[in-house]
Design a protein around this ligand. Structure first.
Ligand code: CMP
Length: 431
């Protein structure tokens, strides 16, 4: 069975979709302009028929997802296909005009039924989460509206194109352009009235397009307005948060330099994590997923931290599950020398300085991948230095309770980390 994730299938599906769109554009226009199915048109038509036939056969051998479970059983896959898409795909591929003769010449328009696959394809793209969902829906809607305008233009040509002058009828291109202009102005309810129906057939067609246009126009405008509002939910939500904070700061007359610091903190929140609080996002997930996401978020940091090199995957998972994120703004003290230590810290982003109690002497500058605060935590003694943020810093903290839980399960790691704390203490007191 072919898996939906198969890389050739991932190329094949969009290719079939493009072919479907080519049919949806080319066939109505060819029929409207009454062009014979010769030469290039014949080649294209046969080629697309073959593509649709191959796709129909491949579908019988492609595993599908049903309620998030992969169904690979060929019988099950075939049954599902026969019940749903098979009839549509079969009608689209059968050369009905050859079977039933020339009176079924327009039966090939049944190929347009395959456009139903466009919606399924869009759902797949939405699931892959590679593009903003609202933007995708807008593209989808724009596609249908454009296709509909094209069909209306083809229909207008087919019914005789009203009072379009003979100059515009000189070439197929000009005739199509003028008809498309009529279709668009009618659909968007502008209707300049320069192109009007002449025969009863044209009048009926015109009424239908006008009615559809009025409905479609209102619907599209309403949907677009709501999609634009939802285009960037994160940004809208975040802007609201900042607005609330600004109002509060004005109302409580917070000093302007402090206001600036708060605003720049919000800016950092946006650039570093799109305003989301990592802890809150994670708290909404079940434990197993939470650990996977935390592992992903901390992976680049963990790779750099020497105490984790050689640690088992299980141990790393346990530690990662206990980490909490924290942000410090430039100049903030994470803690001060002499304080009781109840946490250790891993630097994920930004730099901190190890400084003396008065903040005058700088002992070291620590960067992402470095850790600090383990000596007081493990050896149960006061902090031997102060830590000051040089810029915005993202830290992960591991507190006493979390560390103890991990150490109980991994006694060998306890000895290792204890040893390390002792060695580092000796090293730092010699400096
Ligand atoms: P702790 O004593 O808990 O709190 C201060 C921390 O700074 C200390 O643990 C070490 O992790 C770290 N530290 C102290 N001195 C230095 C130094 N000279 N270089 C790097 N890190 C240091």
């Amino acid at each position: 069975m072919i898996l939906p994730t198969n890389k050739y299938k991932q190329i094949w599906d969009p290719f079939v979709l493009v072919m479907t769109i080519v049919v949806a554009v080319e066939m109505p226009l060819r029929i409207a302009l009454d062009l014979p199915l010769h030469g290039w048109f014949y080649f294209l038509d046969t080629f697309i028929s073959c593509v649709f036939l191959v796709d129909l056969i491949l579908t019988f051998f492609t595993a599908v997802y049903v309620n998030a479970a992969l169904v690979k059983d060929p019988k099950n896959v075939a049954q599902r296909y026969l019940k749903r898409w098979f009839i549509i795909d079969l009608l689209a591929v059968l050369p009905l005009d050859l079977i039933f003769g020339s009176f079924m010449i327009n039966a090939r328009l049944l190929r347009l039924l395959r456009l139903a696959h466009v919606a399924t394809f869009m759902q797949k793209v939405a699931k892959a989460n590679v593009i903003n969902a609202s933007l995708l829906r807008m593209v989808f809607l724009a596609f249908w509206v454009s296709l509909f305008a094209h069909w209306a233009a083809c229909g207008w040509i087919a019914v005789g194109a009203g009072n379009i002058t003979s100059e515009w009828k000189a070439t197929h291109g000009l005739l199509y352009l003028r008809s498309l202009y009529w279709a668009v102005t009618t659909l968007v309810t502008i209707g300049y009235g320069d192109i009007t129906p002449v025969t009863p057939k044209q009048t009926v067609f015109c009424i239908l397009v006008e009615l559809l246009g009025a409905g479609l126009y209102g619907y599209v405008i309403a949907i677009f307005a709501s999609l634009i509002a939802k285009l960037d939910v994160a940004r809208t939500h975040f802007t609201e948060q900042i607005e609330k904070m600004n109002t509060f700061m004005r109302f409580r007359k917070i000093p302007s330099d402090l206001q600036d610091r708060i605003r720049s903190y919000y800016e950092y929140l946006w650039t570093s994590r799109r305003g989301y609080d990592e802890g809150q996002v994670l708290s909404e997930l079940p434990d197993s997923l939470k650990i996977q996401v935390s592992l992903h978020l901390c992976s680049s940091m963990i790779e750099k931290v020497p105490i984790f090199s050689g640690a088992s995957e299980d141990l790393i998972k346990q530690i990662v599950a206990k980490l909490k994120s924290a942000i410090f703004t430039p100049g903030d003290y994470v803690f001060r020398e002499g304080e009781i230590g109840d946490s250790m810290y891993f630097i994920s982003r930004g730099q901190v300085e190890v400084v003396s109690k008065d903040g005058q002497t700088i002992y070291a500058t620590l960067s992402p991948g470095n850790f600090f605060g383990e000596i007081a935590l493990i050896l149960q003694q006061p902090r031997n230095a102060s830590i000051r943020a040089l810029e915005y810093v993202d830290l992960y903290t591991l507190d006493q309770g979390g560390l103890q839980e991990v150490l109980q399960k991994f006694p060998a790691f306890m000895a290792h980390i204890h040893d390390l704390a002792k060695k580092r203490q000796d090293q730092f007191t010699k400096l």
